[in-house]
Write a protein that binds this ligand. Sequence first.
Ligand code: NAP
Length: 484
Amino acid sequence: MVSRVIPVDPFDLTIFGGTGDLARRKILPGLYRRFRSGQMPEDSRIIGAARSDLDDNQYRDEVRAALKEFVDRDRLDDASLEGFLDLIRYVSIDAMGDAGWKELKAHVRPDHISAFYFSVAPSLFGPLAERLHAYGMADQSTRIVVEKPFGRDLESARELNRTLAEHFDETQIYRIDHYLGKETVQNLMALRFGNVLFEPLWNSQYVDHIQITVAETVGVGGRGGYYDRSGAMRDMVQNHLMQLLCLIAMEPPSQFDPDAVRDEKLKAIRALDPVKPDSIVRGQYTGKGSTPSYLEDVEAEESNTESFIALKVNISNWRWAGTPIYLRTGKRLKARQSEIAVVFKDAPHSIFGAEAGRHRNILTIRLQPNEGMTLGVTIKEPGPGGMRLIDVPLDMTFAEALGAENDQVTDAYERLVMDVIRGNQTLFMRGDEVEAAWAWTDPIIESWDSTDRKPFPYEPGSSGPEESAMMLHRENRRWREIRE
Ligand code: NAP
């Protein structure tokens, strides 16, 4: 299948934090791939901005090194690499001071789309917005891209929204949740709203429950200080899992337009019930062999922060009342696996008798690894021996279905940055959505902050604490296996 690449208009994209980890690993490699695919006009500029004292060529050397490290070798040809590096500029700038701002202004051309990516610590988001305004770079066409975390509770998120709103209209603010840029996540909308097959079944009459799992094998790594103040609830559930839940649970928007989609997501968040204490299991990984424990990773004597959380969420509306959504995420688990599983109810009556066996249809939407979807269907076991039923997967792995060479399976960041340039906010979180998500999350966090209850220990390489399995077991359900 041939990829259809629609070029964007020429732009100036400034990456504040252009020397940082996210820029090196994700943003710059993604932009390079879009350049190579022909989507990015050669009249565009990418301006790295950070405090480090570099000139354009020194920064280009850093970008070249990052691309060599983070772009697949077969996509790195000299002509594309040099062509891309020609677009690169660098400005040494201080978000907290006046150094570099006039130089930046000189680089940003008034007749081009201008976007500013805030790939810096959240404490710098406000100062950057203020200075962009003060130095005359915040006109009506300017776009700003804001990274996570967007606040650490409702109050701080509101405060940040207020600060940004002093200088930018909501239509100019692109709050990134890179999960929304994943091919599969968008396909979830295509699946639900582009087929007649699923939507009639997409409700509590036919769906027994839904599981959303984001399992990681890594520990907290070098982010120990940040992570220990956040935990899995703030770091993963309030944003990524919540976004997935919204897309699964929302009503069909009238059109695929930013506000129509985000209005429906907001309604879904507002319909979430408060979570009861016995519907939450928190865990913290222990050490095993040479694998350090959570406490060793965060270099603390003790900590009540969760590196694992499982929750049962109920939605109070006509579509979902009675169908729970189970959320689960954690670090140092058995495998790196992110998926949404829609588990349908049993057929109302088995005509084949008990000995034939019974299987439920499960629709699995895989985010990683191997983005794709699988629908488990029941068929007759082949061969003689009477009617025995087995479950077989109808499987679609996107990279295979679309052709391995195809650039259509793009990384989330590159898709989202191109959406910023196109001015399409559909896959970005609106301010009220973020606040609603915190409004739901805050009481849960406060409830365990006030009790001093410790997270349950779990071994690295496991599926989390036993209590998480028990939570579903009590309701005659079980988690889907996290497979190695
Ligand atoms: P990082 O590696 O620590 O990079 C921070 C960047 O900010 C550096 O380029 C640094 O360069 C620059 N910087 C620091 N202080 C500055 C100042 N006063 N003025 C101008 N520039 C300044 O951080 P990161 O991991 O790239 O993360 C960036 C943002 O993305 C954070 O909000 C983070 O939460 C978010 N994020 C990161 C990841 C990830 O995988 N890394 C994933 C999701 C979200 P100088 O020291 O030269 O100034």
